[in-house]
Each structure stands twice: as structure tokens, then as C-alpha cells.
Write a protein that binds this ligand. Structure first.
Ligand SMILES: [Zn+2]
Ligand SMILES: [Zn+2]
Length: 293
């Protein structure tokens, strides 16, 4: 236990100075703070220049809370709390595999491959792992209580991308750690590029732009597809949800969870009684931990 506490404290110290460094040196390479701001401004500009719902305000309903979520989840939570958590996870995981008797080394080591092939392989693996977790978030009732925060958006825009409960980071990152870190020996220096790619695609998927990418829709997730993931009414054939894709739509087409029945520009978003869901950050975080009424 003491060992764990020491790891947590060390991680916090290390990463709070790291955060300060990135804020005070915005133009250094691999700066997540600058990345998030630049991508957000770029995608916001696209919404303003090519709006899909023309009557939607540039600063839509929920914009400011989502702006806060962006920095909290992507930046504050990911880079401070999560890294502390992931170091403990790494430690606990190491102990667990030793206890089970699994090999300590990576099961499949991709690190000797050509960097581009590695990057592509990791992107595909990470996206499929996240697609699978996303399906579980919809299927398992206690997980859905956390994931409802993301679905509480009733007017869609780029910033909604990072509106999600902090526990989702724990679910996603722990699983990704196991797959990418332990099984495949992912090199951390590639993480920035993967993050940059997924942030751009994710922002666009939630943006108020009516893009479907023509024939590329079978591979790349897109705003016309993801809006149906947020539809208030689900088809009877898929009561647990549709279009679970994160960056790629490919998995939905392979596993037949794809669903775009018509133009989703103006469909109602959310879930049953979404109007009763809290609208402030702390109340939304707390809601998931309340017992079902
Ligand atoms: Zn979802
Ligand atoms: Zn979404």
C-alpha cells in the first residue's frame, strides 16, 4: 500500500510540473495544451463556415460546460490523475501477472517493426479496443450510468466530444494500457500522434458540419453517422445503441451495428428524460454514483 501511495505522489509531482511546462512553453513540440486549442479553434471555424444546422447558435446550448470538460478530461484528468492512476495500474498489473504466472514480457512485441506500420497497427488495435468498450458502456447498466454524461448533449457541436464522466478515462485507459502496453509493447513517443489524430477525428464527428465522406464512410466515422449514435430514439433492432465507432466506422459495418436510416441533421438527441439530467459539471459527475431511483 505504501509503495502504491509513493507511486501516486511521485506521478502527481512529476506531472504537475509537466503541465506547468506545457502551459508556459506553448510552442514546444508535442504540446498537448497547444494541440487541443489549435484543433478546437480549427474545427470550431469549420462549424462557423459550413454549419449543418444553420439556426444553431455558434455558442450552442452546453458550449461552456463542454469547453470545461475538454480541459478537464483531455488535459487535467488525463495528464495528472490518469498518469498517476496508470502508474499504479502498471504496478498492480505487474504484480497480478506475476501472481497468475503470465510472462512479464510483452506477449507480441511490435516495437521492432517499421514505425509507420507500428503506428497503423496501434491505431487499429486501440480503435477496436475502444469500440468494444464503448459497446459495453451501452450494454451494462452500471457502466451506462457513467456514459450517460456523454449522451446528455441535446445540441451537438465539436466540444461535446470530450463531455464524458471521468470514470470513462479509467475504463478506457486501463484497458488500453493492458492491450497496447503489455500485450504489444507500444512506444510512448507515438502516443502524441495517436492522440492528435483521434482528437481531430473526434472533434469533427461531433461538429455541426454535415459531412459523410462519400465512399470513405465505410472506414471513417463521420458527423452524419455519429449523430445517430446520439439519437434519443433507438431502433427496435438495436436497443443498446448503434454506430459505436470512435475514429473508424469500419467495426460498425463489420459487426452490423451501423445505422443511418435518413438524414440525421435535426433528430432529437439524448435519452429518455434527458431534460431532467443535471446541467452542471459536479452534479453530472455525482449523478453516476447515485443509486437508481
Ligand atoms: Zn455512446
Ligand atoms: Zn459522441
Amino acid at each position: 500500500m505504501e509503495e502504491l501511495l509513493r507511486i501516486i505522489v511521485r506521478s502527481y509531482k512529476g506531472y504537475s510540473s509537466h503541465i506547468w511546462e506545457t502551459i508556459t512553453h506553448p510552442f514546444e513540440t508535442y504540446n498537448y495544451f497547444t494541440l487541443l486549442i489549435l484543433v478546437s479553434l480549427a474545427v470550431w471555424s469549420l462549424e462557423i463556415i459550413f454549419p449543418w444546422r444553420k439556426r444553431q447558435s455558434v455558442i450552442r446550448k452546453g458550449f461552456w460546460i463542454d469547453a470545461f470538460y475538454m480541459f478537464f478530461n483531455f488535459y487535467i484528468f488525463n495528464l495528472i490523475v490518469f498518469i498517476a492512476l496508470s502508474n499504479t495500474t502498471a504496478h498492480l498489473f505487474g504484480e497480478t501477472i506475476e501472481w497468475i504466472g503470465l510472462p512479464e514480457n510483452n506477449l507480441i512485441d511490435l516495437s521492432a517493426w517499421n514505425p509507420w506500420v507500428q503506428l497503423t497497427a496501434y491505431f487499429l488495435i486501440a480503435d477496436f479496443v475502444q469500440w468494444s468498450i464503448h459497446r459495453l458502456l451501452h450494454r451494462i447498466p452500471w457502466l451506462w450510468r457513467f456514459h450517460r454524461v456523454h449522451h446528455s448533449v441535446t445540441e451537438m457541436g465539436f466540444a461535446a466530444h470530450l463531455r464524458y464522466h471521468f470514470m470513462e478515462s479509467v475504463f478506457y485507459k486501463t484497458t488500453l494500457y493492458i492491450f497496447l502496453g503489455y500485450i504489444f509493447n507500444f512506444k510512448l513517443e507515438y502516443a502524441f500522434f495517436l492522440h492528435a489524430g483521434t482528437i481531430i477525428i473526434g472533434h469533427v464527428n461531433h461538429a455541426n458540419v454535415g459531412w459523410g465522406y462519400g465512399p470513405f464512410k465505410y472506414v471513417l466515422n463521420n458527423p452524419k453517422m455519429h449523430i445517430w449514435h446520439h439519437a434519443k430514439e433507438l431502433p427496435e433492432s438495436h436497443p443498446n445503441g448503434v454506430n459505436f465507432g470512435i475514429s473508424l466506422s469500419l467495426w460498425d459495418y463489420i459487426f452490423k451495428t451501423n445505422y443511418i436510416p435518413s438524414d440525421g441533421r435535426d433528430i432529437p438527441l439524448g435519452f429518455d428524460e434527458v431534460e431532467k439530467f443535471p446541467t452542471t459539471f459536479f452534479a453530472q459527475q455525482a449523478e453516476a454514483f447515485k443509486s437508481e431511483k
